[in-house]
Design a protein around this ligand. Structure first.
Ligand code: GDP
Ligand code: MG
Length: 202
């Protein structure tokens, strides 16, 4: 039985496909008319690293990000995050940068993150070049990984989650992260829990 638990979160503008990515990865399901508010608050799986079992707990929002009302409890004790944007809406990539900033402020500068550029199946090729330079620049500067995904076809969904989980497990093992049974690593929280106001407006 695994009893060491690692918390991961998913973040991004409303409607970019966060819940759909989780549903595709954890349940292999896709619903074209997915509603943002009706799903589980987290998904779990067991992953092995160096012969040790870890319980991965992936938290989903209940759509509060659309109203700038995501509470700091959502971020607290997370070790990693999947940042999602819609490749068809370049402005949603700006929110990825904002969330990275927020994560670093609340969780700490060592937060691990991977980016998913989602809804690849809908991509208008003429947009591709226009957006890719700012994305490539950011990814190079942050030295982070990015995957272009489609929840509809399933393309790269397993890859993006498996990569994030792999990086997180390596980090947790190599840094002797203290993990507790109830869902989260121990780390220094710079600030006490307070509501997080997202920059800008959706
Ligand atoms: P969230 O608010 O970020 O959790 O977004 P949802 O997962 O609720 O998705 C919003 C809408 O986009 C839903 O209608 C989904 O079916 C749709 N959607 C999500 N991912 C994809 C994708 O990769 N391709 C297409 N075509 N639609 C998607
Ligand atoms: Mg959602």
């Amino acid at each position: 039985m695994s009893n060491e638990s690692l918390k991961l979160v998913i973040l991004g503008e409303g409607r970019v496909g966060k819940t759909s990515l989780l549903l595709r990865y954890f349940k292999n399901k896709f619903n074209e008319n997915e509603q943002s508010t009706i799903n589980a608050s987290y998904y779990e799986k067991t992953a092995k690293y160096n012969g040790k079992s870890f319980e991965i707990k992936f938290w989903d929002t209940a759509g509060q990000e659309q109203y700038n009302a995501l509470n700091a409890i959502y971020f607290q004790n997370a070790i990693g995050a999947l940042l999602v944007y819609d490749v068809n809406l370049p402005e949603t990539f700006e929110k990825v940068k904002d969330w990275v900033h927020t994560l670093r402020e609340i969780v700490g500068k060592n937060i691990i993150f991977v980016i998913a550029g989602n809804k690849l199946d809908l991509l208008d090729k003429s947009l591709q070049d226009k957006n890719s330079s700012q994305v490539n620049e950011y990814v190079a500067k942050e030295n982070c990984k990015i995957f272009y995904t489609s929840c509809k076809t399933g393309y790269n969904v397993k890859e993006v989650f498996d990569t994030l989980i792999d990086i997180v497990l390596k980090y947790a093992c190599n840094n002797n992260i203290v993990i507790n049974k109830r869902g989260g690593k121990k780390l220094e929280i710079k600030e006490q829990v307070k509501p997080v106001a997202k920059k800008g407006c959706c």
